[in-house]
Design a binder for this molecule. Structure first.
Ligand code: FAD
Length: 434
């Protein structure tokens, strides 16, 4: 009989410190076998040069090296469905328990309940923990147990609940010796999983106290580039949300803290209303007669609409995988309202390009700009892509950086006239929703 092991299954929590599920696994009675599964169900939907896959891959390799060098252990990395991987693992090891952290997206919740049933057939338990949020699913709800659909009261109760409890940090350093002693656990290469590596420097995330302190003053000006760039790290768990919230509080910046609460607000919305990743939250918005013009959509994607601030955002996205929040709102509004293209088209394009893509935040924010979501801006509030320049890029620094050709003859003429597009939008939206 082989010595029993416990497995820790890494997913959106790619760090060794302050990781709740990993901490609980290390505190258990059996040595821990850390694993990661590259799942073709997810990978098959991504372009082969997807930089996010390189980010995950390189982060895992780095963590593997840390465990090999300092702890005579490793992470076993597999390519296959979770179902087949756990079948093989159960043949090779005597597994007592599989530990992992909660994942709330529709695909993940179905996957986890299927794996739970599969493991139970072999008498293996699946134990899951809250890790990627401070408050999950139904921990911040109205008195009648129903979810909040407006941000401000949700945020107030979130803060009140937070203040009433102690924020624990899960220090794994003293227990990191409870790992299987095997530094040669299975590994894959990036080509094994069907991808080509993107050039990327995977560095530890740092954010300066000054950035958080000055966040409110500078966050609306894209040329300043002074937001935290935390998105991908929260998405893949290379930074712990508990440590980030602690920092926001230490630097006394309520607005930065509130941004982190927006993330949890949209997460609980998607968990309570899983259909909203494809259907309008307010059903009548699915009656809108979108124009869905392919040529205009292509111009929007390529940053060739003839509106420099919109184009700057799209070109920043295409070249870097990031776009400033203020400009995300503008390009989103422009797509849905000026061009009358379905928000789902924009959501899918962002999902492919954004390094910080997160289903709940992407869908929540897209529905917000389209007017169809919870706590959304009213449909008749339509950003003017020209006056937005005066407000947020007065010196044209951001435009000059991303659209240096905007004053040249080759730069496209506006694909729609603002006034006409605005009137058309109001007419079409009104017909659908009133
Ligand atoms: P900062 O401004 O420094 O904020 C810190 C963190 O707070 C962010 O990393 C994020 O985790 C959270 N946050 C900030 N604003 C929001 C918000 N409005 N909604 C939810 N969380 C927020 N954010 C994503 O993380 N993934 C997405 O796929 C995504 N898609 C978006 C699509 C549209 C159309 C719009 C308008 C916004 C979207 N956002 C998304 C929200 C926001 O634009 C980004 O979180 C932010 O720009 C990321 O940059 P940062 O990490 O420097 O953020």
């Amino acid at each position: 009989m082989k010595t029993p092991v416990n497995i820790f299954w890494f997913r959106r929590d790619l760090r060794l410190d302050d990781n709740v599920g990993f901490y609980n696994a290390l505190n258990s009675e059996h040595p821990v076998l850390p694993i990661f599964i590259f799942d073709p169900n997810i990978l098959e939907q991504l372009p082969e040069d997807d930089a996010r896959v390189t980010f995950i891959f390189e982060t895992l390799q780095k963590t593997r090296r840390t465990l090999q060098d300092k702890h005579d252990s490793s992470i076993a990395i597999f390519y296959g469905t979770p179902e087949s991987t756990f079948k093989t693992l159960a043949e090779d090891y005597t597994i007592a328990t599989v530990f992992t952290n909660h994942d709330y997206e529709p695909y993940a919740t179905t996957r986890d309940s299927e794996i739970k049933a599969q493991l139970l057939e072999q008498n293996i338990q699946l134990k899951t923990f809250k890790d990627q949020v401070i408050f999950e699913k139904d921990e911040v709800v109205k008195k009648d147990g129903k979810p909040y659909m407006v941000y401000t009261p949700y945020m107030r109760l979130w803060k009140a609940t937070f203040k009433a409890q102690e924020l624990k940090i899960y220090d794994t350093a003293p227990i990191l010796n409870n790992l299987v002693s095997d530094s040669k656990l299975p590994n894959v290469t990036i080509t094994d999983i069907g991808f080509i590596p993107a050039t990327q420097n995977i560095e530890d995330y740092t954010v300066t106290p000054a950035l958080i302190q000055n966040y409110e003053a500078t966050r609306n000006f894209p040329a300043k580039d002074t937001t935290s760039k935390l998105g991908p790290h929260l998405r893949f768990g290379t930074v712990s949300i508990r440590k980030m919230v602690k920092k926001a509080i230490a630097e006394k910046n309520e607005i930065f803290w509130q941004e982190l609460i927006w993330r949890e607000f949209f997460m609980q919305i998607l968990w309570h209303f899983p259909h909203t990743y494809k259907d309008a939250f307010k059903a009548k918005y699915d009656r809108i007669e979108w124009r869905n013009n392919d040529v205009e959509f292509k111009a929007w994607c390529e940053g060739k609409t003839g509106y420099p601030l919109v184009d700057a955002g799209m070109r920043q996205l295409n070249q870097t995988g990031f776009m400033h929040n203020r400009i995300r709102m503008l390009v989103g509004s422009f797509l849905c309202k000026h061009l009358l293209i379905d928000w789902r088209w924009g959501e899918a394009y962002f999902a492919e390009k954004l390094h910080d893509f997160d289903l709940s935040s992407n869908v929540g924010n897209w529905q917000w700009v389209a007017g169809s979501g919870v706590d959304a801006s009213p449909y008749f509030r339509i950003f003017n892509p020209t006056t937005q320049i005066d407000k947020f890029d007065k010196q044209h620094d951001y435009i000059n950086q991303w659209v240096p050709d905007y004053q040249e003859l080759t730069y496209p003429q506006p694909i729609v006239d603002h006034k006409e597009a605005r009137e058309r939008c109001l007419k079409v939206y009104k017909a659908a929703v009133s």
